[in-house]
Design a protein around this ligand. Sequence first.
Ligand code: UN1
Length: 505
Amino acid sequence: MRDILSALGLQDSSPGAFGKSTISSSSGREVRVVSPANGAELGRVAVADGAAYDRVVSDALEVFKEWRKVPAPERGELVRKVGLALRDSKQQLGRLVSAEAGKILSEGEGEIQEAIDIADFAVGLSRQLYGKTMHSERRNHRMYEQWHPLGIVGVITAFNFPAAVWAWNAMIAAVCGDVVVWKPSELTPLTAVAVNSICRQVAKQSGFEGIFSLVVGDGPELGQKLAADARVPCISATGSCRMGKAVAKTVAERLGRCILELGGNNATIVMPDADMKLVTSGVLFGAVGTAGQRCTSIRRALVHESVMDQFLEKLVAAYKQVRIGDPLVKGTLMGPLIHAGAVDSYRAAVERVSKEGGQVAYGGKVLAGMPSPLYVEPTIVKAHEGMQLLKEETFAPILYVVPIRDVEHGIEINNSVSQGLSSSIFSRNMQSVEGFLSAAGSDCGIANVNMGTSGAEIGGAFGGEKETGGGREAGSDSWKQYMRRQTCAINYGDDLPLAQGVVFS
Ligand code: UN1
């Protein structure tokens, strides 16, 4: 690991504020980063103090004034080089993600691949920032809309996707002519410093080092500062509903723009006509992958009563095969939870199961004798739809299995929670599938068929409804939120006709 850290330019103690250049803080405070995999210290990062934060934002503002004038395809060219640089460091960054966030190597590398994918997407987008033209109702007039750069985009990210979520925002923002101030999770600042410095080096070669800036904090204050800062027109925040509500309130107070990607409580519906092989692997990856620490993880399996026994039997057999251990070791399928607090939440949820009338069908224990105290068993709970636990998002590999009578019943339970991120159905029946996808079907931002709820591609807009926050990031037309829309009307005639037929003479 030492070699990788130094190859990525990380020292024992790294600076935590980068604007047009590296900015030092005088507070002397540091975040100590410990790997959840084995408790080893990976490094320390300086906390940006108030003065450093201010410098970063004023630098960003200065850089924006020049960056916005660079033609969009030329901005795309810079992002193309960023994608190439990330490709060169994919293995090393993937290992760092694994060590710092505890996800298995394949998922660590997958995360960097997701950043590369969005860079590629953004390159194409840089030539497709299309506006519409309209036919004016006034003679000799032309109307059209255009999309201008917006300014600074503040990006607040969570520990579980320490690189990809930033990239969804930053790559799109960069081709849109914006500059980015990144506030990563204090649990994973090393990945942030490493990824950001690779991107900054590329940007520097074009004279725009400051388009990707970074501030590391050690609590919620820095994020709140960013949210309150009127110099930052757009805040994109990923994390818990609690965090999102605080950020949204602060941004709303100054009438800023907010893109929120908050909690999920995702369900999959299993119908009797489903292909059980797909169900087992889909639910396994969705519920156990990333140790259940994706906002898109499957938390609830809503299973038709006629296939319940078969479902449980196959799933328990699959859970028994899951190799739990050091995420950096090849063959491991499940690593640790992120910290002791997450283990406490897991334990508390498991303890509530029987009190609420459920039953643990598999797992339920914190594992002893592991390289750190953060390893838990993936857990299957036989649940009933009235349980309060089903309404809450526990960021851990706990799957609640609930019997359903028919697809309508499944959809009703799917929609009965306050979060609305992702959902899926396993069925080969066209009526069930189309019903699930219809206006009266799943109320989530993502609805999948014959696959789990997690692992979305970057090409689609990513995000969800209700308490998930309503934001959309990554593909499709999400870019529009990162730009300032302007409607233009041009009179090329000799008269001044007024719209709506108004006469004013
Ligand atoms: C998250 O957990 O915040 O769809 C993002 C997925 C990933 C992104 C998850 N592409 O699971």
